[in-house]
Write a protein that binds this ligand. Structure first.
Ligand code: ZN
Length: 351
């Protein structure tokens, strides 16, 4: 844009108009300046030593004497307005800079520590048990939580009307489909698909119609083991359990078997471990006995083998089922199973 030449002004009115236009252009440029550098360029263009206002003012002496004061006053007012706008915009741009933000941020205030996640005690216990049995040569298999009545009961030597069904009372979806009351149906499914030798563990959720109390919950977790081959004996069962329990609860853990009854094993045993709270001396938790009941076990009943098409004269096997929740409670010193399902981070954060 060519600068107006002062000599070219013919009247006071024309010159005042020129000043007003220059001022308007300057104010617009100031508002459009996005950075301090832009603003400095505007300042040099209008107020600099060779700036537009310098040129305008230079024309004043050449005006007739009676016109000089009015034009001079207008020019000074315009320059002052431009200067004020420049300063205001400068402050505005300065306030938007991080420098101003920095002043309100105290780097000495301690930071917020993020909460670290961890595995739930039931998951930890399940993973550890799976790992222990995997090292003993057991393969992990899974089955559905909704089961056929046949796999949950009949094939496990618990026919309809058998009183043992009361011990495994569960939730029926329809007449022949239920929420599994133990992980034993996974054994049936596996034996139907494969031939011996077999060594499997089946972990998972199971369901029973229990009212929640310190040691019962309608949903809980089991890990069940099954070994089938020729010449498997009770000694194999005892050695496997003893090794696994020592690995999970500690090398000083003792195990013992008491005669019991389960429809799917013969003979059957309840397996106790030395109390993890008192180490076997006797305390309130174990009722002074020094032992706590942990799981059920036994040699697979010949009727179960018949149900899946194995020859009971040729094969023998052992099975046991362990409550993962109960194992986690003994291991982590929890005395109420409901605490495992409350999801209270104050408890879970300590384990
Ligand atoms: Zn005890």
């Amino acid at each position: 844009m060519p600068l107006p030449c002062a000599a070219g002004f013919t009247s006071r009115a024309a010159m005042i108009e020129e000043i007003k236009q220059a001022k308007a252009r300057a104010l617009r440029a100031i508002q459009q300046a996005a950075t301090a550098d832009d603003l400095e360029k505007v300042r040099i263009q209008y107020l600099g030593r060779k700036g537009i206002f310098k040129d305008l003012l230079a024309g004043i002496p050449q005006l007739p004497a009676d016109q000089k004061p009015a034009v001079g006053k207008e020019a000074n007012l315009a320059r002052k307005a431009v200067e004020e706008n420049l300063n205001a915009r400068k402050n505005q741009l300065g306030a938007a800079k991080p420098k101003a933000v920095k002043e309100t941020f105290d780097i000495t205030i301690p930071g917020t520590r993020p909460q670290y996640g961890r595995l739930h005690p039931i998951t930890r216990a399940a993973y550890e048990l799976i790992d222990i049995f995997a090292r003993l040569g057991f393969e992990v298999v899974y089955g559905p939580e909704m089961e056929l009545e046949r796999n949950n009961f009949d094939a496990l030597n618990i026919p309809q009307e058998h009183p043992a069904r009361d011990d495994f009372d569960t939730f029926f979806i329809q007449d022949d489909i239920l929420l599994r009351s133990h992980t034993s149906p996974v054994q049936i499914r596996t034996m139907q698909q494969r031939k011996p030798p077999l060594r499997i563990v089946a972990p998972g959720k199971v369901f029973r119609r229990d009212t929640p109390d310190a040691s019962h919950y309608p949903v809980f977790h089991q890990i069940e083991a099954l070994a089938v081959d020729e010449n498997i004996t009770l000694a194999d069962l005892k050695a496997t359990l003893d090794t696994a329990m020592k690995a999970f609860f500690g090398p000083d853990t003792q195990t013992r078997m008491r005669p019991s009854f389960f429809p799917f094993t013969e003979p059957s045993a309840e397996v106790d471990i030395s109390c993890t709270f008192c180490g076997g001396k006797g305390c309130k938790t174990c009722g002074g006995k020094g032992w706590t009941e942990l799981l059920g076990a036994g040699m697979v009943d010949p009727n179960v083998f018949k149900a899946v098409g194995y020859d009971p004269e040729k094969y023998t096997g052992f099975a046991f089922g362990l409550g993962i929740d109960r194992a986690a409670m003994y291991r982590f010193g929890i005395t109420d199973i409901r605490l495992l399902f409350d999801n209270d981070l104050r408890l879970l954060g300590q384990l």
